[in-house]
Ligand binder design. Structure first.
Ligand code: DSN
Length: 430
């Protein structure tokens, strides 16, 4: 009998070698990024550190699998196991948010919102969302986004007096424009949102209410933030911010008719194959979020944000709305005479990562801005507590206060950096 010669159609090590050995260049970049994350204090409000379990789930063999459709109704064979994974993610999310129907397939928060629009609107229909400079999100009807191009998008803002949502404006715009959907939620709004008020307005003007809780969904899961689920027709979220799970989006509702439309909109309307490895990462993170430790974690996120906000205020730095109810501290730099852009750059040189951000009624362009947005979720995951955030607040205040004529003080940056290095050493990741 002829022995069949074993032919390799792949390089040696394809199934066995770790990336360090198999692709040293790429591997060195991954190491570099891990070091950056270890050596800087992450204060971008939308970022977080997932557990090793979430990383492993997201980097698992599920990346190999196509599974168009939904559990039990797929267009491909071999889906028994991924069905179990997707059902696990769905069941955990239903329990976490006390909601009947969940779609865990959206690849991102933006796609979750697009799927809602595809399910419920036609091009040209009117939508009402919070404007970007008020803290809203691009996908809530901002002009450069599909939501602002394909729909007649109307935008509401904040009160000048207290930087809270201007409900009179919301109501007047509803009266005038009769939107099909009102969108509540945003990316840079640091106060609880009055979901009941939005519900009442939606009922009065016969609109659907979509709440995008991308930023604060982890806080809702941890029960330190009011839930929009009892008030909204549909709730969308990302899963990787305060919720600290695999990176992507999710849609929830208690209405079975709406859910059917949303499922068809996600697939086959908008997306093809779901990212099953990412859905596994979502399942892993939702499992963690159901534990008591997560409640403590989210309570600490909020305590730390308040400590940071109070420290900055005591140092003469203005905080939009005067404080925070969640993980976000939005800093108004106008009285310091510096832009968000140069402040972000100075903080990064000093080892603190954040982002420049528009503030209410900002007159500078989004590439410059008059503010910075700080968030406490990632550093709280590392273990930093209130006293660390008081130290951080003072270090940030040192940087902001030592600009002279828009020029940063290099010496202050060096001193701050050396202190940040010590904090980072005290709280290692991975
Ligand atoms: N990029 C996210 C944020 O920073 O809030 C929103 O999409």
């Amino acid at each position: 009998m002829n022995e069949q010669k074993k032919i390799l159609f792949y390089e040696e090590g394809f199934f066995e070698k770790n990336i360090e050995e198999y692709d040293p260049i790429l591997s060195s970049y991954l190491d570099e990024e891990k070091k950056r994350q270890q050596d800087q204090i992450e204060m971008i409000a939308s970022e977080n550190f997932v557990s090793k379990a979430v990383l492993q789930a997201q980097g698992s063999v599920l990346t190999n699998k196509y599974a168009e459709g939904y559990p039990g109704k797929r267009y491909y064979g071999g889906c028994d196991v991924v069905d179990k994974v997707e059902n696990l993610a769905i069941d955990r999310a239903r329990k976490l948010f006390d909601v009947k129907f969940v779609n865990v397939q959206p690849h991102s928060g933006a796609q979750a919102n697009q799927a809602v629009f595809l399910a419920l609107l036609k091009p040209g229909d009117t939508i009402l969302g919070m404007s970007l400079d008020a803290g809203g999100h691009l996908t809530h009807g901002a002009k450069p986004n599909l939501s602002g191009k394909w729909f007649n998008s109307i935008q509401y803002g904040l009160n000048k007096s207290d930087s809270l949502i201007n409900f009179n404006e919301v109501e007047n715009l509803c009266k005038l424009h009769k939107p099909k959907i009102i969108i509540a939620g945003g990316s840079a709004y640091s106060r609880f949102i009055d979901f009941k008020r939005f519900r009442d307005i939606s009922d009065k003007y016969n609109c659907l209410l979509l709440v995008d809780m991308a930023h604060f969904s982890g806080l809702v899961a941890g029960k330190v933030h009011p839930s929009p689920i009892p008030y909204a027709d549909i709730v969308t979220t990302t899963t990787h911010k305060t919720l600290r799970s695999g990176r992507g989006g999710m849609i929830m509702t208690n209405n079975d008719e709406l859910f059917k439309k949303i499922n068809s909109a996600v697939f086959p309307g908008l997306q093809g194959g779901p990212l099953m490895h990412v859905i596994a990462g979502k399942a892993a993170g939702f499992g963690e979020a159901l534990k008591d430790e997560f409640k403590n974690y989210t309570a600490n996120i909020v305590k730390n944000a308040k400590a940071l906000s109070n420290t900055l205020t005591q140092r003469g730095i203005n905080i939009v709305s005067g404080g925070t109810d969640n993980h976000i501290v939005l800093v108004d730099l106008r009285n310091k005479g510096i832009t968000g852009l140069i402040c972000e750059e100075a903080l990064e040189r000093a080892g603190i990562t954040c982002n420049k951000n528009g503030i209410p009624f900002d007159t500078t362009p989004p590439s410059i801005t008059s503010g910075i947005r700080l968030g406490t979720s990632a550093a709280t995951t590392r273990g930093l507590i209130e006293e660390d955030f008081i130290i951080l607040g003072n270090l940030i205040a040192d940087i902001i206060s030592n600009f002279k004529d828009n020029i940063p003080d290099i010496k202050t940056e060096r001193v701050v950096k050396s202190k940040i290095v010590n904090i980072c050493k005290k709280y290692p990741i991975y």
